[in-house]
Design a protein around this ligand. Structure first.
Ligand code: MCA
Ligand code: AMP
Length: 499
């Protein structure tokens, strides 16, 4: 059997007759019946550009139906798909390009000149939001076949930052992606009757794999949204059954008077993940709609790890149980903790990635003997296996479902002239969950201007990583060991964005 996950999607598509696969603004943009032919031709185009199985294709384009077809065409050809957040700056992009060594780069038309200046011999083609761009030039008439792959062949590399060093590319195999998709298919009761409201970006696990693969494996139609407009989304609830979002989406939906039990009557499943869903949001959503959001937990390296039950109690503040086929344990050092005690969550199973791209040392650091991956999330497990996330062993901020690693921001700030040192923290933010704050100490005799610091970061860091507040202080609080007390800083700035 072909291990290529795309061959599974095709066999599901073949059973869907003339049903639309993607609908946007009420128009059918793509049909399941055309998926084979559409991807065959685009895959042939990629092949003509030098693409082949195992080679990387880096993609930094706006969300569009063409972007979905590009992803599926890359899978078809057996290429390793490397999606990048559209917010990344040229200086961030430079690193990803040099690390991934792609043979093809697909970028926005406006970025073409910059990208050409950053890549060596890779082919550079463009894709605009409206199907413009050179990707669609010279598409061959004859399509490319679906590549025959083994389960351990790579499907994608997704970059994820860490508490130290540069971003690492998490290598995800076809078997990783298929096992997670199949597990969620059963657990969340997907069927071809479902209609998914797709509102997430398609450069991260949540939107690209959990949402898109869920619909493809079920043969479910997707109502495609490029941006998140609460009124528009609620307006489509009567045609949809499933929505997946980050807590910020649910917080914003709650602000709409249109969100009522009647408006949600056709919906069967609201899923939240990527960041903690406040119990208050969970409860208010249940009051306002009559439906309980199903919260699940996952990571780029592992896909989904736990989920609240589909049938059964969806408890606010918990992320449910280990997915079928996966094992989870909670440890402090080398020992499992007692039920209810906190420790670092480790996971093992067919969903766990193949390691970091060209970084065996980092891979070895993050695994324990026996294939256990150390998540860095601090959790408790109740007697019955229910997991609650209670903290993070890693220094990480999650803003609107996007990860910001303080170390990266601190390094950028510390390198600026006149800066002695800095500490970057996340504090509660009414909309984004956490907001980024930088606390900066100036060199002796220097007067630092927060606006100038922000301006200097503009070309280096994606917007979502940049501090929303910069405080210039005389000194950072330290403990007796000389370590910066971030907990104390978080206390001082706690109400900055409380809303
Ligand atoms: C946009 N901005 C942000 C963020 N998004 N700032 C901080 N954090 C963010 N997440 C900036 C914009 O550039 C803008 O700046 C200003 O904040 C307000 O933008 P707004 O229009 O309100 O934002 P938006 O465009 O509506 O986006 C908010 C969003 C988006 C819809 C929540 O960030 C989003 O789609 N987040 C989901 C990310 C995601 O898919 N995460 C899953 C990762 P200005 O106004 O100055 O231009 S996968 C994962 O974590 C694991 C595997 C898992 O478990 O799922
Ligand atoms: P990423 O590296 O983007 O894959 O982000 C993974 C991290 O997001 C996890 O290690 C968690 O810290 C966090 N995360 C994902 N889902 C949840 C959730 N439901 N509740 C709290 N944190 C979550």
């Amino acid at each position: 059997m072909n291990g290529n996950i795309f061959s599974r999607f095709l066999s599901v598509a073949a059973e869907q007759g003339d049903k639309p696969f993607l609908i946007e603004e009420g128009q059918a943009i793509a049909r399941f019946a055309d998926l084979d032919a559409d991807t065959a031709r685009l895959a042939a185009r990629l092949e003509a550009l030098g693409g082949k199985a195992g080679e990387r294709i880096v993609v930094q384009v706006e969300k569009s139906p063409d972007n979905v077809l590009l992803y599926l065409s890359a899978l078809r050809l057996g290429m390793v798909y490397v999606p990048l957040n559209t917010a990344y700056t040229a200086s961030e992009l430079e690193y990803f390009l040099s690390d991934a060594e792609p043979v093809i780069v697909v970028c926005r038309p406006d970025d073409e000149a910059t990208v050409r200046g950053l890549v060596g011999s890779a082919a550079v083609v463009t894709l605009g939001e409206d199907s413009s761009g050179s990707l669609y030039d010279d598409v061959p008439d004859e399509g490319a076949p679906v590549a025959e792959l083994g389960p351990d062949d790579l499907a994608a590399i997704l970059y994820t930052s860490g508490t130290t060093g540069r971003s690492k590319g998490a290598m995800l195999t076809h078997a990783n992606l298929l096992s997670n998709a199949e597990t969620l298919h059963g657990l969340w009761c997907w069927s071809s009757e479902d209609v998914l409201l797709h509102i997430l970006p398609i450069y991260h696990v949540h939107g690209l794999f959990v949402a898109l693969h869920g619909a493809l494996l079920a043969g479910a139609t997707i109502l495609f949204h490029r941006n998140f407009d609460p009124a528009k989304i609620i307006g489509e609830f009567d045609a949809a059954t499933v929505l997946m979002g980050v807590p910020t989406h649910y917080g914003r939906l709650l602000g709409s008077p249109e969100l009522t039990p009647d408006a949600c009557a056709h919906m069967r499943l609201f899923v939240s993940g990527s960041a903690p869903l406040l119990a208050e949001v969970h409860d208010r959503f249940a009051e306002q709609t009559g439906q309980r959001i199903l919260e699940r937990y996952g990571m780029t390296e592992t896909g989904m790890i736990t989920s609240n039950p589909y049938d059964g109690d969806r408890l606010a503040g918990t992320v449910g149980y280990a997915l079928p086929g996966e094992e989870v344990r909670i440890r402090v050092g080398e020992s499992d903790v007692a039920p209810g005690e906190p420790g670092v969550l480790e996971v093992r199973g067919p969903n766990v990635f193949a390691g970091y791209w060209r970084n065996p040392d980092k891979t070895a650091e993050e695994f324990r003997e026996g294939g256990w991956f150390v998540t860095g999330d601090v959790a408790t497990m109740a007697e019955d296996g229910r997991i609650m996330l209670v903290g993070r062993a890693k220094d990480l901020i999650i803003s609107g479902g996007l990860n910001v690693y303080p170390k990266e921001i601190e390094e950028a700030i510390d390198a600026l002239p006149g800066v002695e040192e800095s500490a970057v923290i996340g504090v509660p933010h009414a909309d984004m969950g956490e907001g980024v704050v930088a606390v900066v100490v100036a060199r002796k005799g220097v007067v630092l201007d927060p606006q100038a610091i922000l301006a200097a970061l503009e070309n280096q860091l994606a917007k979502f990583k940049r501090p929303r507040h910069i405080a210039v202080v005389d000194a950072l609080p330290r403990n007796a060991m000389g370590k910066v007390q971030k907990a104390e800083l978080r206390r001082v700035y706690a109400v900055l964005f409380a809303g």
